[in-house]
Design a protein around this ligand. Structure first.
Ligand SMILES: Nc1ncnc2c1ncn2[C@@H]1O[C@H](COP(=O)(O)OP(=O)(O)OP(=O)(O)O)[C@@H](O)[C@H]1O
Length: 261
C-alpha cells in the first residue's frame, strides 16, 4: 500500500501555493510534515484527503487516482485525526470511537456486535479501556488525543493522518502519543503527521517533508532534511543540532539560539 504524489499543484480557488510537489510514502512508514505557520501543511492535508481539489498533477492511492476513489473507499485507505480542540463530541467515548466504523457499516448504518467489539479492542490497544463510558468533552487533552487515534484505528485504514497530534499535550503525553504512532507503524500502518517540533520528527526517524513556504519544499529522510542550515532557513532563526549518547545510542536534538534583544 502506498501514496504517490506526482507533480502536484495545490492551493485555493485554482491559485497554487505549491507546484510540482512530489512524495511517496508506504504503509508502515512515518512521514513528518514540518514548516513554519502558513507554509501549507493543512492545505496539503486537505488535498491528500480529497477535501480540496487538486489544481494539477496526481495523488494516487495504490496507483489509483484519488479522483476515481469514492469517499467510502478512501476512508478505508486513510483516517484523519484532527487537532483535538476541533472535536466537540459530547458523546460517550465508545460512541465517538464507533463513529470511525462509518465507512464499514452496512446499508442500514447500524453498528454490529463486531463493530462494537472492534471499538473496545481499539481502546484496549491504546490502553484506555477505562475511558469507554466517559463523556469525551470531559476528558483531558491527552485522553482525547488517544480516543481520536482509537477512532481512526477502527476505521482499519492503511494510513493515519494526524494534524499536530502532540500540540497542547504535556511532555509525558506527547511521548505517549509518539510511542503509539511508532507502534502503529510497526503494525504496518503508515503515519503522516504535521508537527511544529522538529525533535518529534527526529524521534520518529522516518521521512520528512519540510515546507519552506513560497512554494519551496524538501522531501527526504530525517538525516537528509533535518540539518542546521535547512531548519534555520525554514524557520528564520538560528537552530543548532546537538548530539549526545543515550543508552549507548547516538541521538540528535534541536536547540534554537536565543538572541537577547
Ligand atoms: N480557505 C482558504 N482560502 C484561501 N487561502 C487559504 C485558505 N486557508 C489557508 N489559506 C492560505 O494558504 C496558505 C497555507 O495555509 P495553511 O493553513 O495550509 O498553512 P499551515 O502550514 O497549515 O499553517 P499553520 O502552521 O499556521 O497551521 C496561507 O497563506 C493561508 O493564508
Amino acid at each position: 500500500m502506498k501514496i504517490n504524489v506526482e507533480n502536484l499543484a495545490y492551493g485555493y480557488n485554482n491559485k497554487a501555493i505549491m507546484k510540482n510537489f512530489n512524495l511517496e510514502i508506504n504503509s508502515g512508514e512515518i512521514l513528518s510534515l514540518l514548516g513554519p505557520n502558513g507554509a501549507g501543511k493543512t492545505t496539503l492535508f486537505k488535498s491528500l484527503l480529497g477535501i480540496l481539489p487538486t489544481i494539477n498533477g496526481e495523488i494516487k492511492y495504490d496507483n489509483k487516482n484519488i479522483k476515481n476513489i469514492s469517499k467510502q473507499e478512501l476512508a478505508k485507505f486513510i483516517a484523519y485525526v484532527p487537532q483535538i480542540h476541533n472535536t466537540p463530541f459530547a458523546f460517550q467515548v465508545i460512541d465517538v470511537v464507533l463513529m470511525g466504523r462509518t465507512a464499514h457499516l452496512g446499508a442500514f448504518g447500524n453498528p454490529t456486535k463486531i463493530d462494537i467489539e472492534k471499538a473496545y479492542n481499539a481502546l484496549e490497544e491504546l490502553q484506555i479501556s477505562s475511558l469507554a463510558e466517559k463523556i469525551f468533552t470531559e476528558l483531558s487533552g491527552g485522553e482525547r488525543q488517544m480516543v481520536m487515534i482509537a477512532r481512526a484505528l477502527v476505521q482499519e485504514p492503511k494510513f493515519i493522518m494526524l494534524d499536530e497530534p502532540t500540540s497542547s499535550l504535556d511532555f509525558g503525553n506527547q511521548v505517549k502519543v509518539l510511542e503509539q504512532l511508532l507502534k502503529l507503524s510497526k503494525n504496518d500502518i503508515g503515519i503522516v503527521m504535521t508537527t511544529h517540533t522538529p525533535d518529534h520528527a527526529i524521534l520518529l526517524s522516518g521521512k520528512v517533508v519540510l515546507l519552506y513556504g513560497h512554494g519551496n519544499y524538501l522531501f527526504g529522510t530525517t538525516e537528509e532534511v533535518i540539518t542546521e542550515n535547512k531548519l534555520s532557513k525554514a524557520y528564520g532563526v538560528e537552530i543548532k543540532l546537538l548530539e549526545n549518547f543515550v543508552k549507548e545510542e547516538r541521538i540528535k536534538y534541536c536547540y534554537p539560539i536565543i538572541n537577547t534583544i
